[in-house]
Design a protein around this ligand. Structure first.
Ligand code: NDP
Length: 343
């Protein structure tokens, strides 16, 4: 699709998916570049974060923390942008900002929706290692999982944006970390680069036995990212007093209805008998109280190399739908970010 400087490209939700999203559920369109009113800013998107929660916002019901994307409206998402035009005294043209412009090349914003990023050398870090998924890992692991030295922590989607951070922070806290990831390459990376003690392939039919062998002292913290077969393998291994931060269950985001036999009775029986502390959390609730500590600790850990950040950068807005479908299938390797424009 060609476009001139008076129009920009965006990707809208074309249809609500049934099960796995397809390319037909998205539409690339060109629309006029808007003009900011007094107090507003016009932003040019540099980087767009693609995250699993977006799948939930494609469904009519939306979520407890955000309403569904209306059909025909731009897909939502966190972004790093340059201010193109500022009609607000706190920002100037050229400033680098964190916002939520969504899947589009330009967007209007109000000043209070934006976080200034100063001269952050690697702007995409504001969406990855210093961004929402890493913050999710920090709060979920430290505040709910609370691993102690020598305890065993298990996390799946282990090389992804959240999981890789969970495992590395758990190692810094002295825990033994077992990851679960999709395939040999991801598992090798988790052990050799991220320092996990072991990593297992989630698609191996012997996952349950392998996990039992990798966790001879049981599991003290299970950071729940995926649900499904991984949860089934973890449940019998949870120790008395285990903690389970419930962060996500990506294995079920495409489910049309609750799949398979009812596993709830077994889960609740284990929670009761083993006095497991299982707590859901939505990271949006924690910015006011915990973001400053995260920013300080994570900034130091990244700077001294004790936490590594891997980004999977795809160039071009037009590739966002395909990349997002891939995220839900495990094709990303690291935090998935779309580069929308060169800076
Ligand atoms: P990732 O970067 O980890 O990408 C998603 C990964 O999920 C895939 O790469 C794949 O990893 C794994 N996956 C996909 N399908 C399945 C499946 N059927 N079974 C098991 N694993 C699967 O994503 P994030 O780190 O951004 O998100 C991880 C989880 O954290 C998600 O559930 C997300 O919704 C949740 N989350 C929750 C937040 C909150 O506030 N509670 C905030 C942010 C994220 P692999 O190939 O290695 O299996």
């Amino acid at each position: 699709m060609s476009h001139d400087h008076s129009t920009y490209r965006r990707i809208v939700l074309a249809n609500r998916p049934h099960g796995e999203p397809t390319l037909q559920d998205f539409r690339l369109e060109a629309v006029p570049v808007p003009v900011p009113a007094d107090g507003q800013l016009l932003l040019r998107t540099l980087y767009l974060s693609l995250d699993p929660y977006m799948r939930n916002l494609m469904d009519e019901a939306g979520t407890s923390y955000a309403s569904a994307v209306p059909v025909g409206a731009p897909m939502v998402g966190g972004t790093v942008s340059r201010v193109e035009v500022s009609k607000h005294p706190d920002f100037r043209a050229g400033d680098l900002v964190l916002g939520s412009s969504g899947w589009q090349e330009y967007a209007l914003a109000d000043a209070q929706e934006l976080t200034p990023l100063g001269d952050l050398a690697q702007p995409s870090l504001a969406l990855s290692g210093l961004g929402m998924p890493a913050f999710t890992a920090y709060v979920g692991l430290l505040d709910i999982g609370a691993p102690k030295p020598g305890e065993t922590v298990v996390v799946a989607a282990a090389t992804g944006a959240v999981g890789a951070t969970v495992g590395q922070i758990a190692k810094l806290k002295g825990a033994r970390v077992v990851g679960i990831a999709g395939g040999a390459d991801k598992c090798a990376y988790a052990v050799s680069e991220l320092g996990f003690d072991a990593c297992l392939d989630r698609r191996d039919p012997r996952l349950a036995e392998q996990l039992a062998a990798a966790c001879p002292d049981g599991i003290d913290v299970y950071f729940e990212n995926v649900g499904g077969a991984v949860f089934d393998a973890v449940l019998p291994l949870l120790n008395i007093g285990a903690r389970v931060p419930v962060c996500g269950f990506i294995a079920h985001y495409n489910d049309k209805a609750s799949a398979g036999p009812d596993r709830l009775p077994a889960a609740t029986a284990a929670i009761l008998q083993k006095r497991i502390r299982m707590q859901g959390f939505i990271i949006l609730d924690h910015y006011a109280t915990r973001f400053d500590a995260f920013r300080r600790d994570m900034g130091a850990w990244i700077a001294d190399g004790s936490v590594k950040v891997r980004e999977d950068v795809v160039t071009g807005l037009e590739h966002a739908p395909e990349a997002f479908i891939g995220l839900l299938q495990g094709r990303n390797f690291g935090k998935l970010v779309i580069r929308i424009a060169h800076d």
